[in-house]
Design a protein around this ligand. Structure first.
Ligand code: FAD
Ligand code: MLT
Ligand code: ZN
Length: 487
């Protein structure tokens, strides 16, 4: 494991779980809701990357909002630290305990409560434990889609997506969850249930507090229900897989795509040749859809519209023009749904390929488009032969996923990456977390992207409005992660 526990200390103000606590929870939730089994706890203590690990002795699985409220009220009165967990696919060490926090997972709260496709078209209201992929399938049958899609869809929960303000593969078209989430229900640290589960498009009565919870990574409360606006499913989806020889061409291609495909463009993803080699090496059954010559960059473009003939011709003409103008070196259009999903598999399979390759240091950055790949190249020089620098991401959103893949976690490699990567990002006025959040990994790095006054206000806000006690296990001088416990 990555050595984080050496840099943080457990806050002695938090209590240790006692047998009386366990009895209380068993009475409240029944045996099923109180998990102490070693194997299940091991999984819940360990994050998706196998990089962060806590030592919680207790996982609680409430079945409804009232139970979540009772759990939090009790933990608060006993000063027991808690960590909310969804599908545990987070990539910044925020979904697992740092020490022995009680893990609260709303995975049993997985009912779809309503879907309104008639009066207010496309409003889905569901419990926070619904798995994203299940929502996608449900909506597919109804002729709608989720405005959000990501590689972790098979495990992540909508409550986790909202709490991380997950971006993903459709943000380019449908925008961030701050736009699509119409309302939510959340339970505060003292057990108060906040009903903000509106389904209205417009509501300017006072502060729109739901936005505080979107992307707050469980630091303000537990999200229990979500209301989300979903777009209708359109009939024509086309996907092209292209190669560019240099990064400038990728940028120009994006600009062209926005101009020429604007209305139907639904994804613009990129990977570099090291990322492609990694996927080909580590994922079974994946092949490069383009002829074997190595290209420096690959781009996946998706269009979604409602006129099959027009949309296809539009994309074909765009590709032809891009090849003729020299922006694109080679390209192929998916001929059927299987080929389309094989293209997506290359892009979506990258996190898994990196895991198979060994240890990975992941950086999820927003950067000015024209500077983005300079960082990758500088990082290669900085790291030397000790590790591979692999780049991919949501180019259409200015979001780079910079990954440093090494045989094992090694403090010498880390010292070459940090603080270099954060300083570089800050100097270029980027964000050190475009979509994954801060978690344990970056809680103390927030100042690279937010001014001291802003951080101060966040902390004052946590103390004064939410009356939260800082979990010093996760804090340093630039503290930001707050544990759910009243002061
Ligand atoms: P978890 O990982 O369990 O938790 C994440 C954070 O949210 C934690 O801080 C946790 O405490 C908090 N939390 C979880 N549930 C709740 C709740 N109900 N109430 C309050 N707080 C809660 N992210 C992107 O943005 N875009 C991507 O394209 C993307 N792709 C991914 C692909 C893969 C293969 C993987 C493994 C991860 C990817 N992620 C991506 C990262 C991850 O943020 C998302 O997978 C997802 O949003 C996390 O949801 P989860 O249910 O797994 O939450
Ligand atoms: C992605 O876009 O694939 C995800 O954000 C996960 C990752 O960065 O590896
Ligand atoms: Zn991403």
């Amino acid at each position: 494991f990555y050595s984080v526990a050496t840099t943080v200390h457990r806050n002695p103000l938090f209590s240790i779980i006692s047998p009386d606590d366990i009895s209380y929870f068993k009475t409240l939730l029944g045996e099923r809701g109180v998990v102490q089994d070693a194997l299940a706890l091991d999984a819940a203590n360990t994050d998706w990357m196998g990089k962060y690990r806590g030592s919680s002795k207790l996982l609680l699985q409430p079945k409804n909002t009232e139970e979540v409220s009772q759990i939090l009220k009790y933990c608060n009165s006993r000063c027991l630290a808690v960590v909310p967990q969804g599908g545990n696919t987070g990539l910044v060490g925020g979904s697992v305990p740092v020490f022995d926090e009680v893990i609260i997972n709303v995975g049993l709260m997985r009912n779809i409560l309503s879907f309104d496709k008639v009066i207010v078209s496309g409003v889905l209201v569901c419990e926070a434990g619904c798995i994203l992929e299940n929502l996608i399938s449900f909506l597919d049958d109804e002729g709608f889609i989720m405005p959000l899609d990501l590689g972790a869809k098979g495990s992540c929960q909508i409550g986790g997506n909202v709490s991380t303000n997950a971006g993903g593969l459709r943000l380019l078209r449908y925008g961030s969850l701050h736009g699509s989430v119409l309302g939510l229900e959340a339970v505060l640290a003292n057990g108060t249930v906040l009903d903000m589960l509106g389904t209205l498009r417009k509501d300017n009565t006072g502060y729109d507090l739901k936005h505080l919870f979107i992307g707050s990574e469980g630091s303000l409360g537990i999200v229990t229900k979500v209301s989300i606006l979903t777009p209708p499913k359109l009939s024509s989806v086309n996907i092209a897989f292209l190669a560019c020889e240099d990064y400038t061409s990728c940028q120009k291609l994006l600009l062209e795509a926005k101009k020429k495909l604007g209305g139907i463009l639904s994804a613009f993803e990129f990977l570099d040749s090291d990322a492609m080699s990694l996927v080909l090496k580590h994922l079974d059954g994946v092949r490069n859809p383009l002829p074997p010559s190595i290209h420096n960059f690959y781009i996946l473009i998706e269009t979604t519209g409602s006129n099959e003939t027009f949309d296809k011709e539009n994309l074909e003409a765009f590709l032809l023009h891009s090849v003729e103008s020299g922006l694109v070196a080679n390209g192929v259009l998916a001929q059927d749904i299987n080929q389309a999903s094989s293209f997506w598999h290359i892009r979506e399979g990258l996190p898994e390929a990196l895991m198979k390759a060994g240890a990975v240091y992941k950086y999820d950055l927003s950067l000015p488009l024209e500077k983005m790949y300079d960082l990758v190249e500088e990082m290669r020089v900085q790291i030397g032969p000790a590790a591979k620098v692999v780049a991919y991401g949501h180019l259409g959103d200015g979001n780079l996923h910079l990954n440093i893949s090494a045989p094992a976690y090694d403090d010498n490699i880390l010292a070459k990456i940090e603080p270099f990567v954060y300083e570089w990002t800050s100097k270029n006025r980027g964000s050190i977390s475009a979509e994954h959040g801060l978690g344990l990994m970056k809680a103390a790095k927030i100042h690279y992207s937010k001014s001291p006054e802003t951080v101060r206000l966040m902390i004052d806000f946590d103390y004064c409005v939410f009356e939260l006690l800082p979990d010093t296990s996760c804090l340093d001088d630039n503290h930001s992660i707050i544990c759910l416990c009243l002061s």
